[in-house]
Design a protein around this ligand. Structure first.
Ligand code: NAD
Ligand code: IPM
Ligand code: MN
Length: 346
């Protein structure tokens, strides 16, 4: 069945890595006779420039009517004021699509283990998933206030919101090594007290899955000390944002990590976890792997397993050849890396 995919290249390195993922998607489609209808829309800073809104109505409408959304990255110094900005569009699209569960998988490619700042023996066998709550918590809580004298954000969660994301984490763990680490700040925050209470209650439905709790500061330390102890991490929006960027370095580069954001019904959104990297934009040196693997997660969710496996295999083959972008100590450009993958897929 033909799948409709909406592409949002966005800003900075976004268009460069999106181009890479779409070329690979095309190669996979040709190889397996998959049918995709791909449409590109303005989103983020470029949409502010062209349409006067970070999330134009037509973009949202197209996303709501799609089977999947591929998003590269948004943001940049050009759009940093108090008014509309790319990051607002990002939060708005997540909310509008009800994308409550953001899955950020971390595995260490053996070929890249030496690029981890951690000792090689400590990054072997690291394979965990961060389940980040994506449409609640301090990012969205009201009231918010900003004046030059006083500013406020609100960290609020309802029982239902917590139960939904904890359940997602347990279901994910059941298909993996059956361990959930719930990360909170229960010693200080009321929202975390409720979080832990609901985690404990939800765990009763999953006697086959181990549940542990960690305070977020200790969790940040444990991620570096012994990352292989984690299977499924579940945590609130902002903790998940921070910890997943920290975790990405275990694998060697922020440019490697994909993500998928799920709702209860409706399209899933796939995006690398990194941002628009304005410092390297327009130079054709961005690492496209996080974007390519996000696209591969989409293939897997579409049940196009052969395509998914092909992308993973091609990635390993290219890395085996020592082809790497600059963030991983290599000299390959974004387009050279992409071409190398396509050559394998043909
Ligand atoms: P960033 O993730 O864009 O970059 C952090 C560092 O990692 C930079 O040195 C960058 O060059 C490097 N990097 C990131 N992705 C890379 C890749 N694929 N290949 C090679 N190097 C890579 O974070 P930042 O600089 O703090 O933020 C820049 C802008 O991106 C901001 O406007 C921010 O709000 C936005 N942002 C957007 C998203 C998103 O669209 N989902 C996510 C994070 C940040
Ligand atoms: C991410 C980003 C966003 C977030 C920003 C740009 C709003 O850091 O997708 O990880 O904090 O969720
Ligand atoms: Mn982030």
């Amino acid at each position: 069945m033909k799948k409709k995919i909406i592409c949002l290249p966005g800003d900075g390195i976004g268009p460069e890595i999106m181009d890479s993922a779409l070329q690979i998607l095309q190669a996979i489609a040709n190889k397996h006779q998959y049918e995709f209808e791909v449409e590109t829309y303005d989103f983020g800073g470029i949409a502010i420039d062209r349409k006067g809104s970070s999330l134009p109505e037509e973009t949202l409408k197209a996303c709501l009517n799609s089977d999947a959304v591929l998003l590269a990255a948004v943001g940049g110094p050009k759009w940093s004021g108090d008014g509309d900005r790319p990051e607002k569009g990002l939060l708005a699209i997540r909310k509008a699509l009800n994308l409550y569960a953001n899955v950020r998988g971390l595995e260490v490619f053996p070929q890249l283990a030496t690029f981890s700042p951690l000792k090689e023996e400590n990054v072997k066998n690291v394979d965990f998933i961060v389940v980040r709550e994506l449409i609640g918590g301090i990012y969205f809580g009201e009231p918010k206030k900003f004046t030059h004298e006083e500013a406020m954000d609100t960290l609020m969660y309802t029982r239902e919101e917590i139960e939904r994301i904890i359940t997602f984490a347990f279901e994910t763990a059941r298909k993996r090594r059956k361990k959930v680490t719930s990360i909170d700040k229960e010693n200080v925050l009321s929202s975390s007290k409720l979080w832990r209470e609901v985690a404990l209650e939800t765990a009763k439905k999953y006697p086959d899955v181990e549940l542990e709790h960690l305070l977020v500061d200790a969790a940040a330390m444990e991620l570096i000390r012994c990352p292989s102890r984690f299977d499924v991490i579940v945590t609130e929006n902002m903790f998940g944002d921070i910890l997943s960027d920290e975790a990405s370095m275990i694998a060697g580069s922020l440019g490697l990590l994909p993500s998928a954001s799920y709702s209860t019904a409706g399209p899933t959104l796939y995006e690398p976890i990194h941002g628009s990297a304005p410092d390297i934009a327009g130079q054709n040196i961005a690492n496209p792997i996080g974007m390519i693997r996000s696209m591969a997660m989409m293939l897997n969710d579409f049940d196009l397993k052969a395509g998914y496996v092909d992308v993973e295999k091609a990635l390993h083959f290219v890395l085996d050849q020592g082809i790497r972008t600059k963030d991983l100590g290599g000299t390959a450009s974004t387009t050279e890396f992409t071409q190398a993958m396509i050559a394998v897929l043909k």
